[in-house]
Write a protein that binds this ligand. Sequence first.
Ligand code: TYD
Length: 135
Amino acid sequence: MELCRLLTFKDLGDERGKLVVIEGETDIPFEIRRVFYIYGSDNEVVRGQHANKESEFVLVNVAGKSKVRITNGTGEQIVDLNKPMQAVYIPKMVWKDMYAFSEDSVLLVLANTHYDGKEYIRDYDEYLKLMGLKK
Ligand code: TYD
């Protein structure tokens, strides 16, 4: 099972400044149905702490930096997000924690779904059971 995939977007900048484009289904593996962004979280905060039955995500720090820890209950990967053209694709049924937010962090998140709180798994024991890793 794929834990996550690192993506690098093209920088279409010129002498006037930078421009990064993210098109659904071409630059990322899904059609974009939702966009949200997280900012104002301080360094001690851990966000996320959930897996999703349906949602896939692309995370990109358009400003500042943060880290995301991704696990499927056995393997683990930690990704540094610190460039506006660098992103991570996180498939469904993967547990994720976002943390180490810099003061200027703006973490942009693209998702393939509209929000539905019922498809979020927020209990790690329940997640391990669904993954067949715990009775
Ligand atoms: P939450 O999922 O806890 O944020 P994070 O995963 O970044 O730690 O979401 C915080 C609140 O915002 C929660 O009450 C649900 C709500 N929310 C929406 O209504 N729509 C959304 O798309 C998201 C991501 C959250």
